[in-house]
Design a protein around this ligand. Structure first.
Ligand code: HEC
Ligand code: HEC
Ligand code: HEC
Ligand code: HEC
Length: 398
C-alpha cells in the first residue's frame, strides 16, 4: 500500500472516531450497560415516571392491558393461519415488560436478533460479536439480557440527550436524504416495520425506495422476502409489525412538526416546580392536558371524543375488511379443492390476496387504531378492500 493511502485511511478512521463521540453506544459491552435502577437517585422524576410503565390501564381503543388479540379478534386465526401470530399475539404494553414478553410469547424465534428491540443488552452483544450476534441462540442470549427497554435504549449511558443506539436504523437512514427529527427517530429504532434477513437474521428496515407502506412493500418484494405461505390458499404473504413511525410520517401532526416525544413524553412539573419529560410512555389519552392542550383549545372531554371518533371509524372499517378477507380465504380454499380455477386465476387471486393482507395488516398492527394518520389509514384500508373484492370476483366468477 502506498504511504499516502495509509495516512488517509488512518485519518478517516480517526475522524470517524471523533464523529461517533464518547457517550454513544459504540464499543459498549453487555456488562457496561447501566440498568434503569442505577439512575433512581440522580434522576428521580424520570425514574419514577419510567416505573409507571408497569401500570396496566386500558383506554377505549388502546392502553396497556395485555389483550389476547386472537381471542379478541377470532378472524385472526383465519387471516394469520400458518403464522405464529394466529395463536400468540398480545397487545403492546409498557417498556419494562418487553423482555419478559418476548421470552414468553409462543412464536418461533430464529435467533438472538428477536431481542434487538427488547433489551439494551442486545447492543452490547452486537458490539462484542458483530453481526454474528443475530444468529446466536435466542434463549442463550436472553439469559445474558437483564434489562427491558430502558434508559440506555434512548440515552446510552448518559441520560439527558437522546441518541440512536440501533445500527439497523442508522443503516436504513443511509437511504434517506431529508433531515428527520430526533423526537421521531428515537422511537423509530423499534416502532417500525422490519424483517429479519433470511440468511444473516439481521434486522432490515427496507427503506431503499422510501418510508411509506407502498415503498416498503415494493422493497420487501424486490428483496425476495416472504414471511409465510397461507396453508389454505397457498398465497405467499408478508407480515407487518408495528409501523407507528412510517404511519405517522406525513400526518397532520407531523406536518406541523409535532413528534412522538411531544405526545408520549410530554413536559410536566414536579412538586418543586421543575420541568421534566414524563417517562410514562403510554396512551397520551391518559395525559391529555400535558400532551395535547398546549395546542388544542378544546376541553379534555371534547378532544378525547374527537380522537375516539377517528379511531372508531378505522376500527369499524378494519373489522369489516377482516370479515371480507375471511370470506376470501374460505372461498379460495373451496375453489382450489374443487380444482375449479385456472393457473392464471390462481396466480392473480394470490397476488390480490397478498396485496390486500399487507394493506389491512399495516393498519391492524399499528398501535394507534388510525389516530396517528387517519387519512392514510383510510386510503390504505380502502385499497385493502379493493384488492380483496378483486380476488373474490375472480373466485366467484369461475
Ligand atoms: C399528536 C400526538 C401523537 C403523536 C405525535 C404520536 N402519537 Fe402515538 N398515540 C397517540 C394517541 C392519541 C394514541 C392512541 C392511544 C389510545 O388509543 O389510547 C397513540 C397510540 C400509540 C401507541 C399505542 C399506545 C397505547 O397505549 O395504545 C404507540 C406504541 C404509539 N402511539 C407510538 C408512537 C410513535 C412511535 C410516535 C412517533 C412516530 C407517535 N406515537 C406519535 C398520540 C400521538
Ligand atoms: C423511550 C425512550 C426513552 C427512555 C427509555 C428513557 N428516556 Fe429519558 N428522555 C427521552 C426523551 C425523548 C427525552 C427528552 C429529551 C429531548 O427531547 O431532547 C428524555 C429526557 C431525559 C432527561 C433530561 C431531562 C428531561 O426530563 O427532559 C433525563 C435526565 C432522562 N431522560 C433520564 C432518563 C432515565 C434515567 C431513564 C431510565 C429510567 C430514561 N431517561 C429513559 C427518552 C427516553
Ligand atoms: C429499544 C426499542 C424501543 C424503543 C427505542 C422505543 N420503544 Fe416503545 N415499545 C417497545 C416494545 C418492545 C414495546 C412493547 C412491550 C411489550 O408489550 O412487552 C413498546 C411499547 C410502547 C408503547 C405501549 C405502552 C402502553 O402503555 O400502551 C408505547 C406508547 C411506546 N412503546 C411508545 C414509544 C415511544 C413514543 C418511543 C420513543 C420515545 C419508544 N416507544 C421507543 C420498544 C421500544
Ligand atoms: C404542537 C401542537 C399539537 C399537539 C401537541 C397536538 N396537536 Fe392535535 N392537532 C394540531 C393541529 C395544528 C391540528 C390540525 C388542526 C386541527 O384539526 O385542529 C391537529 C389535529 C388534531 C386532530 C384532528 C386530526 C385528524 O386526523 O383529523 C385530532 C383528533 C387531534 N389533533 C388530537 C390531538 C391529541 C389527542 C393530542 C395529544 C395526544 C394532540 N392532538 C396534540 C396540533 C397539535
Amino acid at each position: 500500500m502506498r504511504k499516502g493511502a495509509l495516512v488517509s485511511i488512518i485519518l478517516i478512521l480517526s475522524l470517524l472516531a471523533v464523529a461517533c463521540g464518547d457517550d454513544g453506544p459504540e464499543g459498549v459491552e453487555v456488562d457496561d450497560i447501566l440498568p434503569a435502577a442505577h439512575w433512581e437517585e440522580e434522576y428521580p422524576d424520570q425514574y419514577e415516571t419510567y416505573m409507571l410503565n408497569l401500570e396496566m390501564e386500558g383506554t377505549t381503543f388502546g392502553g396497556s392491558e395485555p389483550i389476547d388479540y386472537p381471542e379478541e379478534y377470532p378472524y385472526l386465526q383465519t387471516l394469520y393461519a400458518g403464522n405464529g401470530f394466529a395463536n400468540d399475539y398480545i397487545r403492546a404494553r409498557g417498556h419494562p415488560y418487553s423482555l419478559e414478553d418476548v421470552i414468553h410469547i409462543d412464536r418461533p424465534k430464529p435467533g438472538a436478533s428477536c431481542l434487538s428491540c427488547k433489551t439494551p443488552e442486545y447492543v452490547g452483544l452486537l458490539n462484542e460479536h458483530g453481526s454474528e450476534a443475530a444468529t446466536m441462540d435466542f434463549h442463550e442470549a436472553a439469559e445474558i439480557a437483564v434489562s427491558p427497554v430502558s434508559c440506555f435504549d434512548c440515552h446510552g449511558n448518559e441520560p439527558g440527550e437522546i441518541l440512536i443506539t440501533r445500527t439497523h436504523l442508522e443503516d436504513a437512514l443511509e437511504n434517506v436524504e431529508e433531515e428527520m427529527a430526533m423526537g421521531n427517530l428515537v422511537c423509530a429504532q423499534c416502532h417500525v416495520e422490519y424483517f429479519l434477513d433470511s440468511d444473516t437474521l439481521e434486522v432490515v428496515l427496507p427503506w431503499e425506495n422510501g418510508i411509506n407502506a407502498w415503498d416498503i412493500e415494493e422493497a420487501t418484494i424486490e428483496r425476495g422476502h416472504v414471511d409465510w405461505v397461507h396453508p389454505q390458499t397457498g398465497t405467499e404473504l408478508l407480515k407487518v409489525q408495528h409501523p407507528e413511525f412510517e404511519t405517522y410520517m406525513g400526518s397532520i401532526h407531523d406536518r406541523v412538526g409535532v413528534t412522538c416525544v411531544d405526545c408520549h413524553l410530554p413536559e410536566m412539573e414536579n412538586d418543586e416546580g421543575d420541568i421534566f419529560h414524563s417517562h410514562h410512555v403510554t396512551s397520551p389519552l391518559k395525559y391529555v392536558e400535558a400532551s395535547c392542550l398546549g395546542c388544542h383549545q378544546e376541553t379534555e372531554e371534547e378532544l378525547i371524543a374527537r380522537t375516539e371518533a377517528i379511531q372508531e371509524d378505522v376500527y369499524v372499517k378494519k373489522n369489516e375488511i377482516a370479515e371480507l378477507l375471511v370470506d376470501l380465504v374460505e372461498e379460495f380454499e373451496e375453489a382450489l379443492e374443487a380444482d375449479e380455477l385456472t393457473d392464471e386465476d390462481i396466480e392473480e387471486a394470490r397476488l390480490y390476496h397478498q396485496r390486500a393482507m399487507w394493506r389491512w395488516d399495516f393498519v391492524f398492527v399499528e398501535n394507534s387504531t388510525g389516530f396517528h394518520n387517519s387519512e392514510f389509514a383510510h386510503t390504505i384500508l380502502d385499497e385493502a378492500r379493493d384488492y380483496t373484492e378483486q380476488a373474490l370476483e375472480i373466485i366467484r366468477n369461475r
